[in-house]
Structure formats: C-alpha cells, structure tokens
Design a protein around this ligand. Structure first.
Ligand code: HEM
Length: 339
C-alpha cells in the first residue's frame, strides 16, 4: 500500500506537469476559447467536430444548455425541446459570458483534451488520498497533504472556469500558474515524506543550506517575472497576431530585460553551488540536474528572443521552469530534515 502511495504520487506529479504543458499548448495554438463554456463544451460532454453541429437546424432535439452559433453570435438553449421549421427565440438566450463565436474544431479539441488531462490528474490525486490512509496514525501529515492537493486541484478547476469566463484574463492565468506550483510542491512533499531518507543526500553545512534556500526563492521570483513577460507577449499577440512573431519582442518592456538579466544570477548561483557540493564530496546528482535544466531554460529563452518563438518553444520554456522549481524544492526538503 505504501509503495502504491509513492507510485500514484509520482504519477500525479507527471499528470500535473502534463496539465501545465497542455495548458501552454492551448495558449500557443490560441485554443483557449475553443470551448465557450465550462466544464462542458458548447453544452456537450464530447465536443463538436463539425461546424454544422453548432448551427441551428430544423426538427432537431436540443437539450438545455446547448450552445449554437447564430448570425455571428452565440445562443444557449433555455430548455429541452425539438426545433420546428423556423428558429423560435423563446427557446434561446443570448450567451452573454462573452461574444467570441469563431469555431475551429482543432482548437475546440485541443482545449477539450487539455480539460480531459486535468480530469485524469484530478482522479489520480483522489487515488492518492485513498492510499494516504495507509499512513493513518503514522504520518497523518500525508493524509492532510493529500486533502490539500485535492482542494488545490478543485481550486484550479474553478479558476479554469473563471479564466474561460473572463476571456483568458492574463492576471487569472498567472494565478493559475502559481497555484500549479503550489500543487507541485505539495505532491513533491508527499513523495519526500513517504520515502526513506538516503543518508548520502544529507548536507549539514548551513552555508550551503542557506544558499539552496536562496536559490529556490530567486527561481520562484524569476518564474513570477516570467509570467509578467508572458502577459506582455499575450498583449503583443493581440496586437500583431500569431503570424508576426518577429514583432512580439521588437520593443520589449522592463520585465523582459529584467527576466533575461536575472537568469545570469540564477545560472551563476547554481553553478557555484554545484562546485561547492562537488568540492565537499556531497552527492551532486540533484544540483547537476538543476544546472542542466537552467542551461536548457536559458537556451530556450534565447531561442524565443532571437529566432522569434519557434513552435513549442513557449511550452518547453514553461515546462522546464516548472521542473526546475520542482527539483529545487525537492532538494530543499532534504536540508530541512537534517534539523
Ligand atoms: C533560469 C532562467 C529562466 C526561468 C526560470 C524562466 C522562466 C520563465 C517562466 C516561468 C515564464 C512564463 C511562461 C508562461 O507562463 O507561459 C517565462 C516566460 C518567458 N521567458 Fe523566461 N525564464 C528564464 C530565462 C529566460 C531567458 C534567458 C530569456 C530570454 C533571453 C527568457 C525569455 C522569456 C520569454 C520571452 C517569455 C515569454 C514566453 C511566452 O510568451 O510564452 N527567459 N520564463
């Protein structure tokens, strides 16, 4: 049972990372409004594949909540009914949450798959809660932690709805991202607590300990600044559109310059830590991985800037940042246990 708890926690972690990746793919492909409503999509559990499915038709059964596109606007059915030969507006309301009415089956399905991965990740965390009860009276913190994770996932789902209703407000997308980091930290904490500690991972030097804590804090800060750069890029996307990526960073704002320069500090601090750990013959596995991820992250950042956001560079940049944070947080936990 305990081994199963660690396994399902690891699976949940991977699924949450996939949710983040899928979310970023949604943004990259502009599929966020692929489904105008939430949690259903155009009022269906399985979204439409053809535009004819969201256009009004005579003599057709409509269920309450079905959304159609009519004369460039969205309308939503008030009740279950069968249409007659002419559209009767007494059966329909205007869909007022937003007026976005374009339909692109690919975008709708990308958004739907994104939601599906979210549901699977949610189920995995529920299984985590069930298995956490094997630690009853031994490590109750694991049960509490699993409950917090489920609460966090629920909050994310609710926030996901707000993001759709607010027409993808950048501020809410940023909160969504930060909450994802909290969930990742909680899952990593569960995995850590459930595992037996390996003696060779313990570092007792308090200077190194403080440096590691500092490195986690500045990475977190860099991620927050990154989300501000992302909000700026979203604005450029609105202005110039997806086909003029070369213009997105023509006149970067302060956040971008800060973000770019700050990565030098992150790079130096972590490579410094690597040499410190190595020179004292501590286990350097984790810091080695952290340094590789930071190098890749910086390379992808430079590629986005100089090669104008090639395909998948944005989701990869985000995924690497999340994995970096995860590894650093996991490493930091090892120091806490030595107290
Ligand atoms: C340790 C180094 C770095 C970390 C941890 C980091 C992290 C992040 C994060 C978390 C985001 C937000 C992504 C999102 O919400 O989708 C972001 C965005 C961004 N970062 Fe970085 N970054 C780093 C280095 C760099 C460098 C060196 C550059 C450029 C030279 C760069 C350029 C960008 C750009 C252009 C965006 C906006 C991307 C988008 O619109 O999807 N980053 N970064």
């Amino acid at each position: 049972m305990k081994k199963k708890f660690i396994k399902i926690s690891q699976i949940s972690l991977i699924l949450v990372l996939l949710v983040i990746l899928a979310g970023s793919l949604v943004r990259m492909t502009g599929s966020g409004m692929g489904c105008p409503d939430w949690p259903k999509c155009f009022g269906h559990l399985i979204p439409p594949t053809n535009i004819s499915e969201i256009e009004w038709a005579p003599n057709k059964d409509y269920k309450k909540g079905i959304i159609l596109r009519y004369e460039g606007k969205l309308i939503v059915s008030k009740r279950n009914f069968t249409s007659s030969n002419e559209i009767s507006f007494s059966n329909w309301n205007n869909y007022t949450k937003h007026d976005y009415s374009d339909f692109d089956a690919t975008k709708t399905w990308i958004e739907f798959i994104n939601r599906l991965i979210g549901v699977i990740a949610g189920l995995a965390t529920l299984i985590m809660l069930v298995f956490s009860f094997s630690y009853w009276n031994k490590k109750n913190v694991l049960i509490l932690n699993s409950l917090l994770i489920i609460f966090g996932m629920g909050f994310q789902a609710w926030l996901g709805k707000l993001v759709v209703d607010s027409n993808l407000s950048p501020y809410k997308i940023t909160v969504h991202m930060l909450m994802a980091l909290v969930i990742i930290s909680l899952i990593i904490y569960s995995i850590f607590k459930a595992q037996e500690m390996l003696e060779n991972k313990i570092i007792k030097n308090s200077f190194i300990k403080n440096l590691v804590l500092f490195s986690v804090l500045i990475s977190f800060f860099q991620i927050i600044i990154g989300t501000q750069v992302r909000e700026f890029i979203d604005l450029q996307y609105e202005i110039y559109g997806p086909n003029n990526k070369d213009k997105w960073l023509n006149t970067p704002n302060f956040y971008f310059y800060f973000h770019r320069t700050f990565s030098i500090l992150i790079f130096l601090l972590n490579f410094g830590l690597y040499y410190l750990i190595k020179s004292r013959n501590y286990n350097s596995n984790l810091i080695k991985k952290i340094c590789i991820i930071i190098s890749l992250e910086i390379i992808v950042g430079i590629i986005m800037y100089y090669i104008n956001f090639p395909i998948f560079s944005q989701p990869i940049h985000l995924l690497l940042a999340t994995i970096l944070f995860g590894y650093q947080f996991y490493w930091m936990l090892h120091f806490k246990r030595t107290n």
